[in-house]
Design a protein around this ligand. Structure first.
Ligand SMILES: Cc1ncc(C[n+]2csc(CCOP(=O)(O)OP(=O)(O)O)c2C)c(N)n1
Length: 1150
């Protein structure tokens, strides 16, 4: 018997073979007699023994071969084996003799020695099909066939699958050899890495003949054009493909098309091929990568540079991706990365002049304004010719903060916006590449959030190539303590991305992975990951001592040759280059660096703006930065937008709209007819007029399509057809710009980052992120702090991003009340102690230009409209953070007349009190406030009958502070007491921001002795109480602080008003009831009519009577004329200021 055991590497055993034989033998004696146990014809099947308990146990897997041998001997000479075996093989297991006189007891045949691996699991299919052939389902006995042969084939198939699925677990990925494959050498002398963890139950399978040929299943391409391969070759090929220097992790992908595509790229013989020229190019690029770090180390030995040493192959990998992508049509590559290897990427990928990079080391003064950033965070862009493909390509490295991975969504958003600009709907022109560290890739939640954007229709970049520079350590922490997953890349499995783990010391394997990744992304437009498993030659930075924390690892590292040296030795050995060629290569790059060094010495200053990643050169060119365009629009525009926005989809769409929506639309229409706008109309006017002007508007966030508080309803849903939507703002003008409103994933950090990135791409767009509740923006704090608040200062990069944050205390508890105005104001960079030059005719624009962002707390729809339009009316871009109270979305008083939107109108930074302005001398209290509290103060003033003595002024734009307008108010009400009233707790809201600025203004004012006092809630750690009673107690307390206790007269008056209102309401209810009854009657009548019509229609089916109303025609009255549609019974009057009656309404509401 030609039997091979591969114990330790692959001990393939068929435990069920004997078992199958036995069981079947018991039932199919005649068939068994002709059956061969093995393909080896010398081995005949034994006769079926009688059933015995021992029979099954003795025929366990480890004994079958032994038994086979005994059987052969017994066949030749029954006496040559133990009598018990003789009895067994002759079919008499209870004893060799059947004679009753023979008292010899059955004894268990001697067993083969125990194998090293004794536990084994049988394939379920074997058990199912063979354990009980006379089953209750009365399955027919299987046809005569060679079951062993079939089993061998099935096992080969399972082994192929095992390699494909888990081969990467035993791949030789670690150049340090710490995480080593546990493979051993098998009997055929081949070293095989696939261990039990890869092969599972098949690890102990015994094949008789490694040279036996097997048919390859269609699920593998290891054979190339061959359909059959000897087992040994199958195993060798699988080993080489799956357990070599590449760990291909792809079987999590559910698409067969994709898995087959990947197999083709790795399994096909000669899949990994490099011509001598290609090999030389890889070495040349490695020389640059390693040479650059060596050069910096030589010149600045103690400077932090976060070198790439140990993962030097990353540069050739990126080069390959870019070369290949440009040849496939990519015009713009957007790179996001952290510190590690960044300078190398700038020098060798973007070709930033090395002298400029060296200039950053010289500690030179900047000639432009801003705070700048450390050299390994700076961004840049470069438009250059790719010499290999002879195509132009723009390469951008997005500036990033120290917060690892948070640049990811920004890169994605920027890439998406660029795709939009280039009309690239498939991602074939713009390619995002994100480079990760191993510890941060698995550690930072934003990675997961960003990956989840990858396939969302309005966020996808049609695939991102992720490259992990996996140096197997994060600062000082090794992976055993930094992650629970096996790989640092496991997070990418959630989006079904293929992951190619590759040993960084095998450049050809690395470049092959780069090629496959590029092609995968180009073919399937999906994310893909390359995990470069390398090491970090130095400490976390060059000044760090790694031996403190990783002594053993660094002992090994110190003995390692660089990848460049190893590869050069390989190529010299192969005869691809000579030692002299290699030397010349090194010298050539060294000279480039030395020349740049000399050049850099001539530099005396640097410019932050030469590190910009989003140049808007055309936008800024020839512009007067202080010139602002008007924001008002014509009445005609308002009417047109209003009409379309308040109408259901046109009839031809046959769009079934929800009844509730129809009611909302009717209300909108009434408003438009009355030339009044509520919050949603104000917003729609802004968006509609912007797209009319060719400005692309994008609104994104959780549930923004409807609006969290159901005020917006931009996307209408067909009530009986799935995925049929209608957005009227997309259909305003034939040549309008694109309006995109999109519900996002439930993420703040990644989505806000994405929108910020989007806003960086094109100044002619308004990009808005709306928080579900303002509070939730704190999960995106990192994006707010490091990008939105400080991006321009650090990186000279502007953004007109808008954040809409629902804010105001409305008794909704601690987490649904505050957008944390105080935090945004605290990050504003205007000096509270400096009174600006308000006489400057460009004061308003200058103030905006110099601030880091604009913070508003608006109280009218018109101001929202102007604020949004001002975002592109400015000749520069600033982020706008707007707080919008939830209750104002529907507040009957928070409405603006159309004239507040017209060409003569503009954004109001401060809204004076029009009631008291005529008689300022009567005013003894001047209240400054911001946001929704204005309406509370206004109502309470009326209730307290202090309309003439108290002035209420709204500061709509908190930052930059409207000093000029505040001064006017201070001057107007010379003798009034000054109060700042806010509903937020004292340590929150705008108080801490406005107080020093009021002081500065008051100091500036001549002969001023007043100071401003705070009225509002006491300090608190929570933004609001969750207890309604406490909420109202607090409210009353601070209103009493403002207006004092109510007088008896006040109370009586209020009671009177309440009674009047109640009577009115009652009357209205009665009228409503009557109207309802009438409507019901009408409905019943029309049902009757329609039933009658149907009946007569049925009767006259073949001969419809003339004059039958067409389907959808309006019902006719008794006179035969079409009935007038019922007018909606809503009365709306134009109002600019709240009136007494409207306030009484509010009293009732309260
Ligand atoms: C969000 C965040 N947390 C902590 C740090 C501090 N830090 C800087 S680099 C680093 C290690 C990162 O390890 P890894 O991602 O593996 O990248 P490597 O530096 O090894 O290339 C840490 C913890 C940071 N920059 N950002």
């Amino acid at each position: 018997m030609n039997q091979c055991r591969l114990r330790n590497t692959m001990l393939f055993r068929i435990p069920f073979r004997a078992l199958v034989a036995l069981k079947w033998m018991r039932h199919n004696k005649s068939w068994l007699q002709s059956r061969q146990l093995r393909t080896d014809s010398s081995c005949k099947a034994p006769k079926a023994p009688a059933k015995s308990k021992d029979a099954d146990s003795l025929l366990n897997g480890s004994n079958a071969n032994y038994i086979d041998g005994l059987y052969s001997r017994w066949k030749a000479n029954p006496k040559s084996v133990d009598p018990s075996w003789d009895a067994y093989f002759s079919g008499n297991p209870r004893g060799a003799s059947t004679k009753s006189s023979d008292k010899r007891k059955y004894r268990r045949p001697p067993m083969a020695p125990s194998p090293a691996i004794t536990t084994r699991t049988e394939l379920p299919s074997r058990n199912i099909s063979t354990t009980n052939p006379v089953s209750t389902t009365a399955a027919a006995p299987p046809p005569a066939m060679d079951w062993n042969y079939i089993d061998d084939h099935l096992t080969v198939q399972a082994i192929i699958r095992a390699y494909q699925t888990r081969g990467h677990l035993a791949a030789d990925l670690d150049p340090l050899g710490i995480v080593q494959a546990l493979g051993t050498t098998s009997v055929d002398g081949a070293r095989r890495n696939a261990t039990e963890s890869v092969l599972r139950q098949h690890y102990t399978y015994v094949f008789n003949n490694l040279n036996a040929t097997f048919k390859l299943p269609s699920s593998t391409m290891i054979g190339g054009s061959e359909q059959f391969l000897p087992l040994k070759q199958i195993l060798d090929r699988l080993e080489r493909i799956y357990c070599g220097h590449i760990g291909v992790e792809y079987m999590q992908i559910t698409s067969l098309n994709k898995t087959n595509w990947i197999r083709e790229r790795f399994e096909k013989p000669d899949a990994i091929q490099f011509s001598p020229d290609e090999k030389k190019l890889i070495l040349e690029r490695l020389t640059r990568s390693t040479g650059f770090e060596n050069f910096l180390a030589k010149k600045f030995s103690s400077e932090k540079r976060f070198g790439l040493e140990g993962c030097d192959i990353m540069i050739p990998i990126l080069k390959e991706i870019i070369d290949r992508s440009t040849s496939l049509g990519v015009e713009s590559v957007m790179i996001g990365m952290a510190h590690r290897g960044r300078l190398n990427v700038l020098a060798n990928i973007c070709r930033k002049p090395i002298a400029d990079i060296l200039g950053q080391f010289h500690g030179l003064k900047a000639t432009d304004s801003g705070s700048g950033d450390v050299k390994y965070h700076l961004g840049m862009y470069m438009e250059r010719l790719n010499r290999l493909t002879n195509r132009n390509v723009r390469i951008t490295v997005v500036a990033n903060p120290s917060h690892l991975e948070h640049v990811n969504p920004v890169v994605l958003g920027k890439a998406r916006a660029e795709m939009y600009q280039r009309g690239d709907t498939t991602g074939s022109k713009v390619l995002p590449i994100i480079i990760h560290g191993d510890a941060s890739f698995c550690g930072q939640g934003v990675v997961y959030e960003s990956l989840h954007l990858s396939d969302l229709p309005n966020y996808t970049t049609h695939g991102t190539i992720h490259v992990v520079s996996n140096n197997q350590v994060g600062f000082t922490t090794d992976p055993r303590f930094s992650r629970s997953s096996r790989y640092c890349t496991d997070v990418a499995r959630v989006v079904n991305a293929p992951i190619f783990h590759v040993n960084s010391d095998d450049p050809e394997a690395c470049i092959h992975c780069a090629r496959v990744s590029t092609d995968y992304r180009a073919t399937f437009h999906k994310d893909v990951v390359i995990d470069i498993v390398g090491y970090r030659r130095n400490g976390h930075n060059e000044a760090d001592e790694p031996m403190f924390t990783q002594p053993l690892m660094y002992q090994r590292i110190s003995k390692l040759k660089t990848c460049m040296v190893l590869y050069s030795e390989k190529l010299i050995k192969e005869g691809v280059i000579t030692a002299a060629d290699y030397k010349a290569m090194i010298a050539k790059y060294d000279k480039i660096c030395e020349d740049a060094w000399e050049e850099s010495k001539k530099m005396s200053t640097i410019k932050y703006s030469s590190w910009i990643d989003s140049p808007w050169s055309a936008f800024f060119q020839g512009r007067d930065r202080l010139k602002m365009c008007p924001t008002g629009v014509s009445l005609e525009t308002l009417k047109k937008i209003g009409e379309i926005y308040s109408s259901p989809p046109p009839k031809e769409h046959k769009f079934k709209v929800h009844k509730g929506i129809l009611r909302i639309l009717a209300l909108r229409r009434k408003l438009v007819e009355s030339k009044l706008a509520d919050w949603s109309l104000g917003e729609a006017f802004a968006f509609g007029s912007l797209v009319k002007d060719g400005i692309h508007v994008r609104l994104s966030g959780q549930d923004v399509e409807r609006g969290t508080f159901s005020h917006r309803h931009h996307v209408l849903h067909h009530q009986s057809r799935d995925k049929v939507h209608y957005n009227s703002i997309e259909h305003l003008y034939p040549d309008q710009a694109d309006y995109k409103v999109s519900n996002s994933s439930l993420s703040e950090c990644a989505v806000l980052g994405f929108e910020h990135g989007y806003s960086m791409a094109n100044p002619h767009s308004v990009v808005i992120w709306e928080g579900q509740f303002g509070d939730f923006c704190n999960t995106a704090q990192c994006i707010i702090d490091t990008f939105i608040a400080s991006g321009e200062t650090k990186w000279v990069r502007q953004s007109g991003m808008v954040m809409l944050l629902p804010h105001s205390l409305e008794g909704m508890g601690p987490e649904h009340s505050s957008g944390r105005i105080e935090r945004f104001l605290q990050m504003s960079d205007d000096d509270p102690d400096v009174f600006p030059d308000t006489c400057d005719c460009d004061f308003v624009a200058r103030q905006l230009m110099e601030i880091n962002w604009i913070v508003t707390n608006l109280s009218t729809p018109a101001n929202l409209f102007h604020a949004l339009r001002r975002q592109v009316a400015m000749a520069f871009r600033k982020p706008l953070i707007n707080f919008s109270p939830k209750s104002l979305l529907r507040h009957p008083l928070a409405r603006s007349p159309f004239r507040d939107f017209n060409e003569c109108s503009e954004f109001k930074r401060l809204i004076p009190d029009s009631k008291t302005a005529n008689k300022p001398d009567c005013v003894n209290k001047l209240i400054f406030c911001s946001g929704k509290v204005y309406y509370d103060l206004f109502k309470e003033r009326e209730d307290h009958e202090q309309d003439e003595t108290v002035a209420i002024v709204r500061i709509e734009q908190l930052c930059p502070f409207p000093y000029d307008l505040v001064m006017k108010e201070l001057e107007l009400y010379q003798s009034a007491e000054l109060l700042w009233v806010q509903e937020e707790h004292k340590n929150q809201g705008a108080w801490s921001y406005v107080q020093p600025r009021f002081d500065t203004a008051l100091i500036k004012k001549e002969n001023e002795t007043r100071c401003i006092s705070y009225v509002g809630r006491l300090p608190n750690s929570a933004p609001a109480t969750g207890n309604k009673v406490q909420f109202m107690t607090e409210y009353k307390a601070f209103m009493t602080d403002v207006y004092g206790e109510m007088t008896e007269g006040n109370k009586q008056r209020l009671e009177r008003i309440v009674k009047e209102q109640q009577a009115k309401a009652k009357a209205a209810t009665k009228a409503g009831k009557e109207a309802l009854d009438a409507a019901k009657k009408r409905a019943e009548h029309s049902i009757k009519e329609s039933k009658a019509a149907k009946a007569s229609e049925a009767a006259d089916k073949n001969a419809p009577a003339a004059g039958t109303p067409a389907k959808g025609a309006p019902p006719k009255g008794t006179d035969g004329k079409p009935k007038e549609p019922k007018k909606n019974n809503v009365k709306i009057t134009e109002r600019t200021e709240p009136t007494r009656s409207s306030l009484s309404q509010l009293t009732l509401l309260r």
